[in-house]
Design a protein around this ligand. Structure first.
Ligand code: 5RP
Length: 224
């Protein structure tokens, strides 16, 4: 299902584009396809949203650039952990949310690729909301986040704190459900020490869903 969605998204790419390259296992199929198209002569440049994506893009010989050299991105293709009916997202399962949000914000068009399990009635139902925080004072930042009524865990990998590509920590905030994603996104980012949170509000143009029935495309207004 992820492969179906990833390959479909690659159809939106055309010659000369600057592409934002998202992160995750679904995007890996997009990168694979882009690599194939580049071998066949497609002329694009990609801006990776993580070290992981940069490594994969290099393996596929995808030409890379930076936001400094190409500040206008034509199209970004990324994954998501949850998608609601208004195409708002939770991202950051892979820890790349800050760079992903910067890239999405500066893109003319953002396409999200998911399998059908990621569609939810309300954000926060299935997975915690990741929040990237600086290491300094992280315990106090955690307490401030708990004021929103969530349970907060420092993300760890093999018993050690997970470190983002920006050398920060991730605090995973478990809510029963998020009733006001727009408000919460802003309020969390107002806490000193918070770098960015995984709520992506109003940034997405289209969601390509791989399902057992095939491909489904969710647009801002039209569902086909
Ligand atoms: C990384 C992300 C990913 O896009 C998200 O976790 C989805 O990953 P996958 O396609 O592997 O399910 O936000 O920070």
């Amino acid at each position: 299902m992820k492969k179906l969605a990833g390959e479909k998204a690659a159809e939106y790419i055309s010659d000369g584009m600057v592409l934002g390259l998202g992160t995750g296992s679904t995007v890996k199929y997009v990168l694979q396809k882009i690599g194939e198209l580049v071998r066949q002569g497609l002329d694009i440049k990609g801006i990776p949203t993580s070290m992981q994506t940069k490594k994969i893009a290099n393996e596929y010989n995808i030409p890379l650039t930076t936001l400094e050299d190409n500040p206008e991105i034509d199209l970004t293709i990324d994954g998501a952990d949850e998608v609601d009916s208004r195409l708002n997202l939770i991202k950051g399962g892979g820890g790349a949310l800050t760079r992903e949000k910067i890239i999405a914000y500066h893109s003319k068009k953002v396409i999200i690729v998911i399998d059908e399990s990621k569609i939810v009635k309300a954000l926060g139902i299935d997975i915690p909301l990741p929040v990237e925080v600086v290491k300094f004072g992280w315990g106090s930042t955690k307490k401030a986040l708990e004021e929103f009524g969530c349970t907060v865990e420092l993300r760890k990998i093999m018993g050690e704190p997970y470190i983002t590509d920006n050398s920060n920590y991730i605090l995973d905030c478990e809510f029963d459900r998020i009733n006001d994603p727009e408000g919460l996104e802003q309020e969390i980012n107002n806490i000193p020490g918070v770098v960015e949170n995984g709520l992506f509000i109003g940034l997405v143009d289209e969601v390509i869903v791989g399902s057992k029935q095939g491909i489904m495309t969710l647009g801002k207004e039209v569902v086909s």
